[in-house]
Structures are given as C-alpha cells and as structure tokens.
Write a protein of this length. Structure first.
Length: 83
C-alpha cells in the first residue's frame, strides 16, 4: 500500500522575507513571513494592507487563512534549492 501522507507547502526559503500576498476580494497585504502550516495558513509580521499601489494601514502581526491566498510573491531575493 502506498502512503497517503501529504506534505505541506515548502516555504522555508521564504521565512523572514518580505512577501506580497494577493487575497480573495481583491485585497493585497505585504509583510514578513514568520510562520506557516500544512494548510498554508501563514503568519505575517509588520503587515500592511495595500490598495491601488498605495501603502495602507499598518496591521502589525497577523494570521492569514490559507484558502484566502490567491498568489504570493517574494519582495526579496531568495536562495534557490539545489536539486
């Protein structure tokens, strides 16, 4: 029998990096990735909301539910994994 154990996302290389997240509802958030789990729920520190290119409200440390994330992009250079 094959194992049905499913691994979570591999976001280790994005830890402590600034990310820009696109969320459902046409919302955007920028912050530093501090943690994540197997469901892609993430913790962002120093998070700010962004609307139409302008920097918005400072939200501090927040948790974003994984199923509301549409896309994320790193705003800092990340190390590439050697495979």
């Amino acid at each position: 029998m094959s194992s049905k154990h499913q691994k979570g996302p591999d976001l280790k290389r994005f830890m402590d990096k600034r990310l820009k997240l696109s969320l459902n509802g046409n919302r955007k958030v920028v912050g530093t990735l501090r943690g994540y789990d197997a469901f892609l729920n993430i913790v962002l520190e120093n998070a700010t909301s962004e609307s139409s290119g302008e920097s918005g409200d400072n939200m501090g440390t927040i948790v974003i539910r994984g199923n509301s994330i549409i896309q994320f992009e790193s705003l800092e250079r990340t190390a590439t994994s050697a495979t």
